[in-house]
Design a protein around this ligand. Structure first.
Ligand SMILES: [Cu+2]
Length: 115
């Protein structure tokens, strides 16, 4: 019942403080590229995120998804993680829990280029 009330409130009252998490920018950008090597990946949202109940999963050219550790130093509205990247095609799947209790998800495909 409480959950349903929250959903209704979120739909009827689109207050910024109770917004779903929407990805506003990222490094790498969707469709963009980044150099091979040790990189910090950064995903910025329009609202505060529950770091402990959000997730970043990276799938690279080898095909097996890897759950990345979200850095404790991530800003309150961001999810950051480090990864060792080899050249190839990658997809970062993010799942973010916003303060309104709603989970949103998305994919950021990108290319890792040889140094
Ligand atoms: Cu919501």
């Amino acid at each position: 019942m409480m959950r349903r009330l929250l959903v209704v409130a979120c739909v009827l009252l689109p207050l910024p403080a109770f917004a779903h998490a929407i990805l506003t920018s990222s490094k790498p950008a969707a469709g963009g590229s980044i150099a091979a090597g040790h990189q910090t990946l950064d995903f910025q949202y329009n609202s505060k995120i529950d770091h402990r109940r959000s997730r970043l999963t990276l799938t690279g050219p080898e095909g097996a998804p890897v759950v990345l550790t979200i850095l404790p130093s991530s800003a309150t509205n961001a999810l950051d993680a480090e990864a060792d990247l080899k050249p190839g095609a990658y997809t970062l799947r993010w799942q973010a829990l916003a303060l309104d209790g709603h989970i949103t998800r998305g994919d950021v495909p990108f290319t890792v280029t040889a140094p």
